[in-house]
Design a protein around this ligand. Sequence first.
Ligand SMILES: [Zn+2]
Length: 383
Amino acid sequence: MAGASSIRPLDGTLPAAREGGRGQHIDLRRFVMDLVAAGGGIVEAPEDGVLHVALPGETAKELGLPEFAVLVFDYDAAKETPEAEFVTFGSPVLDRLTSLGIDLGRVTRQYAVVPSVRVPPNLMDRIEARIGFNRSRRPVLRTTSIEAYERAVFRFVVSYISDERFVEALMVAVDTTTLADDTDLLDEARAVYFSPQPPDGAGDGVGEGLPPAAVRRPSYGEVVRKAVAYLQARVRPRLAVYQAEVRGYCEKELTTVLGFYEKTMADLVARRDAATDDPDKNARIDAKIEACRLDRERRIADVVGKYKMTAQARLDSVTLQVMPRVKALLEVEHKDTIYTQAVYYNLATNMVEALACPRCGRRFFSAYPAGDGVFVCRPEEAE
Ligand SMILES: [Zn+2]
């Protein structure tokens, strides 16, 4: 089955985020959960074998599915839940969901539609309105050039798995020239209209007519590896939050389990202490105490295992977005040193882009001159 996991690899490199071998078994329930999340819907699993699904109106209409559906995955559950749709191989619901999966998960290149590709006359005003250079003289604009900026926007479906599982879609954007993490710039481009056609050479072309940001670009394989690293950096803190939440449930259940065994054990010990001089009976109670101890260890391991939470990611789709942007080279004087700083003005979003910190990678608007000739995002990083 082609599903959400069928993606066309970029220049022959398989995305590293694909899940490793988990057998050939196709888990329908999980396939559907991933699909719905990838399609912008919401999934909840109130109990085993049952999914509550909410699809975006458009998607639901296109697929001929209800916006809110109860899906069940085994025959017995289907009998118990007559209002539910039974999903199995060959069922119409599954076929419709699969067609959703085929529509997703492709690599496409899109070009921003920009009415006029030229350097705005008040570029310096726009830059100074957004970026502040601390402890420095006013910046001087040295040169401007217009280039085609390309970024790869990855959509990952991340599954958080304990005894329950839930999924969420996460976007990561990578500048395909500098490999910078441009995820924080995605919001600004939300209103940009992209076309699958490159603008034609005549007029204000973007992409085809403009020079790329650099002559040598990294391979797309490298872009994918970067995207995975940025994804991990974003998932790790989220996973920690979820793990902490789950740990609370785990501790609660452990308290119950331990309470039960404490009582059972106390009863057994009391019986042994009150034992007669019947050696058989004493031996039986000792055996029971030992069995109880082993049982308790097993239950503790079960509970801990049940609440262990991991995250897995799957690459869902990749879009290459091409936008024209102005590269402005500024000279900024700090003490007796002249710093050269590139600032980008995106002609599709009409925004001055935040600078990317060479120390920590964060985006920032308030710049501090560092000893080694670069601007950084925090005074502490300047030392
Ligand atoms: Zn920084």
